[in-house]
Design a protein around this ligand. Structure first.
Ligand code: ZN
Ligand code: ZN
Ligand code: ZN
Ligand code: ZN
Length: 782
């Protein structure tokens, strides 16, 4: 592990270039602005040595090979730490330490990895994670765990299989253990030998007992939900969508989807795998770099670097062959380009030879050049293939020139990275001319090799790929889709060790990755959308939020939702990012119903004082009053933030007092339905729950549940999630009958919005079953 990594900041480098060009009113800037296509823009970047002038880049590319590498020392450090925790019987901490040791252990040399895996399996056994224990033992043995102590692993595996009730496997493994004991590798002597043989005999008895029991149905396989089917079968033209949708085109709307028959709420309209997707760096330590699922305890590292983690060998190897072998050395740099990383991933997913062929022979791949046939392949289908990505909107014409310059420089950097990585050699036969000359060019760009006086000329294949990288960056600005996962707050280490349940569970949607879904991109925006998205790992599932009439267009919400923002704010966001002014029903209607959620309290009648006029009694506030109200809002926000930091510092009593003060003040000047009042009730509930007072927590949660119902509607996802939270707190408070009612209400709302095996639905169903179970003895006693 490199102690300190210093390299410049890409965004800062971009800002400096733009600033200097704007200051100098550079002629070059005008030349750049007049360029007509992406390939010319890329050529321009290198012709003018723009990237060469960024001084830290050369150093970065020269040293990136040595960053985040494996380290025997680091691996040994973590293993020792793990052993210490193990002796103290802090097994969860031991698992984490052994995992760190595995991540750092060089995979090619020595026994470090297999020994750490062996140790992790022991800690997992103590935590009763028997399946995980077996996984690690199999890995340790396949990595040639030292023969002299292999009996320990084989014995542990037999015990774990017995615990799992896997009678055939247990008996098979016991035989392997017996064979080992007979072999010359078995090295225990005297008393130790006797003890071990005794242990083995008792295992044999357990296996016997197991063999006489009726066969256990439980298999080792993990829960593995299948993606749902689309409503009424797959569409002929758009195979990822339902037959009940039609793909249409008009100059005003572009391509869009609409219903060709009436569709009820809760129907699955689209089930789509992303064309490409990248995990966000914040989740590298908690989610698989390949499938984006939360990491299991038995996660593995990359074979080369220490930065990314995988569920298992399958995820690790698919990521390596798909993209990570190219990206592994450059991850720091790729993080600094933000969403543009996904552009590189699109190119890697499609593959260089394919892309060059595609550009040269487009007519072979598409039905027609007509704009109404965009994305349709030669069979007339809008399918899961590169053409649909290529044809997404770029908004080139309306992109500001300084943005265009930034995107072009970033595309140039990505192209440089590809050239440096040696990827272009895949275009070669035996000669390796393309690979070599691309690498030479990367040296010229960086200035480690002399470049021609009139700038670097790129070979045609590099220009083409660079143009595509820029094209995809331009598309991502409007077409990138977040992959969210419902995250339950992680249980702290100590709590896990003491087997204590955490008391505050705050479930929220977290953005874990960014992806490109060409079929979902066909939906236009409305501030009051038709659909709701959820995910089965990377697969997007789109369901209807409401009944849809024949002929209605299907709308997605690109972010600005009418319940969360007022019209002006939404319009501004849609204009700056997506370049259109929204004309949806909510925008046309002016959101009259929504005003009360952001209104002051009328000093005369306690009604809705919106901007300066009361919607109920007509009272108009003067300027001084409005200024005063605004100042009070700012003051209360400070109070709220302060209370929040007290809560985060676990000072719950002080936090509670501060939140209550904030609520009382807000009640004085905010309308009773104001969203800030609901927020503070929610925070108060969390404070109570953190202190173990679930009864009070529940009482306060009822207020925020009611708020979610009136703001988002009685059938909304938000209301459903609030109900789930309330149900959990009621369960903990022992208010089981209420819990059952709330669970049932929650399921009525959410079962239409999520596919049946969605994590949230499973959790609520489990809670309901538990609550009903707990009620049984009470009922029979009563
Ligand atoms: Zn995975
Ligand atoms: Zn790696
Ligand atoms: Zn709108
Ligand atoms: Zn009034």
């Amino acid at each position: 592990m490199a102690a300190s990594i210093s390299f410049g900041n890409w965004q800062q480098a971009l800002d400096e270039i733009i600033e200097s060009w704007e200051n100098r009113k550079s002629k070059l800037f005008n030349t750049f602005q007049n360029l007509q296509d992406n390939e010319s823009r890329l050529k321009f970047i290198f012709k003018n040595n723009l990237i060469r002038n960024i001084d830290w880049l050369q150093n970065y590319f020269e040293t990136c090979d040595s960053w985040h590498g494996k380290s025997k020392v680091e691996a040994a450090f973590w293993k020792t730490k793990g052993n210490k925790y193990f002796q103290q019987r802090k097994f969860a901490l031991a698992v984490d330490a052994y995992s760190q040791s595995c991540i750092n252990a060089p995979s090619a040399e020595g026994d470090d990895l297999s020994l750490s895996l062996g140790n992790r399996s022991a800690a997992l056994f103590h935590l009763k994670h028997y399946e995980s224990c077996v996984i690690d033992i199999d890995r340790a043995i396949s990595l040639s765990f030292p023969a002299c102590s292999r009996q320990k692993l084989l014995a542990r595996k037999t015990l774990a299989l017995i615990k799992l009730g896997q009678r055939d496997e247990a008996s098979k493994n016991l035989q392997t253990l017996k064979d080992f004991v007979e072999s010359s590798n078995f090295s225990l002597k005297d008393q130790k030998r006797d003890e071990f043989l005794k242990e083995m005999a008792s295992m044999e008895l357990s296996v016997q007992a197991l063999l006489e029991e009726p066969r256990c149905k439980k298999s080792i396989n993990d829960f593995n939900p299948k993606p749902p089917k689309v409503f009424h079968g797959a569409n002929q033209v758009v195979p990822q969508a339902s037959q009940c949708l039609s793909l249409s085109y008009s100059t005003k709307k572009g391509r869009h989807l609409s219903a060709n028959k009436s569709i009820p709420r809760g129907s699955t309209l689209i089930v789509e795998k992303p064309f490409a997707a990248v995990l966000l760096p914040d989740h590298y330590e908690t989610h698989c770099h390949h499938c984006f699922l939360p990491l299991p305890l038995t996660y593995l590292g990359c074979k080369r670097c220490t930065m990314v983690r995988f569920c298992n060998e399958v995820c690790r190897d698919s990521a390596w062959s798909g993209f990570h072998s190219t990206e592994c050395r450059y991850l720091d740099l790729l993080h600094s380009v933000g969403i543009a990383h996904l552009s590189l991933r699109v190119v890697l997913s499609a593959g260089l030879p394919f892309l060059l062929d595609f550009l040269d022979n487009q007519s072979k791949y598409r039905l027609s050049q007509d704009p109404s046939y965009l994305g349709l392949n030669s069979r007339g289908q809008y399918d899961h293939e590169y053409l649909t990505v290529f044809d997404l909107m770029t908004h080139e014409d309306s992109t500001e020139r300084s943005d265009m310059l930034q995107y072009s420089l970033t595309a140039g950097l990505l192209l440089l990275t590809l050239a440096h990585s040696g990827l272009f050699s895949m275009l070669d036969g035996a000669s390796n001319t393309a690979g070599k000359s691309a690498f030479d060019i990367s040296s010229m760009i960086l200035g480690t090799k002399a470049a021609p006086k009139d700038g670097v000329n790129l070979p045609p294949y590099m220009v083409k790929i660079g143009g595509l990288l820029l094209r995809h960056i331009l598309q991502l600005v409007c077409n990138a889709h977040a992959i969210t996962s419902i995250q339950t707050e992680p249980t702290s280490e100590t709590a896990r060790d003491a087997a204590v349940e955490t008391n505050v569970s705050s479930t929220e949607q977290t953005r874990v990755a960014t992806a490109i879904y060409p079929t979902a991109s066909l939906m236009n925006h409305a501030c009051d959308p038709t659909i709701v998205s959820s995910f089965i790992d990377k697969t997007l599932v789109v369901r209807t939020l409401k009944d849809v009439a024949e002929g209605d267009e299907i709308y997605n919400c690109y972010g600005p939702h009418y319940c969360r923002m007022d019209k002006e704010e939404r319009q501004a966001i849609l204009q700056s990012q997506y370049r259109f002014s929204c004309d949806c029903l909510a925008c046309r209607g002016g959101d009259l119903d929504q005003r009360r959620f952001g209104a002051y309290r009328c000093p005369r009648c306690a009604g809705v004082l919106y901007t300066e006029t009361c919607l109920e009694c007509g009272f108009t506030a003067d300027r001084a009053t409005i200024t005063h109200l605004k100042a009070r809002a700012v003051e209360c926000k400070k109070l709220f933030d302060n209370a929040l930091s007290l809560m985060n510092a676990l000072q719950f009593e002080a936090a509670l007092a501060a939140f209550e003060k904030c609520r009382d003040q807000r009640r004085e000047f905010l309308y009773k339905d104001h969203r800030d009042l609901a927020l503070v009730e929610d925070a108060i509930a969390r404070c109570y729950a953190s202190q173990g007072d679930f009864c009070s927590a529940a009482d306060h949660l009822y207020a925020s549940v009611e708020f979610a119902r009136s703001l988002y509607g009685p059938l909304s996802q938000e209301y459903g999630h609030e109900l789930q939270k309330l149900a959990e707190v009621l369960f903990n408070a022992g208010r089981l009958r209420e819990c059952v009612d709330v669970c049932e209400g929650c399921l009525r709302v959410l079962r239409d919005l999520y596919h049946p095996e969605h994590q949230v639905l499973r959790e609520v169903k489990e809670l309901l079953a538990e609550a009903e179970n707990a009620l049984l003895p009470q009922m029979s006693a009563g």
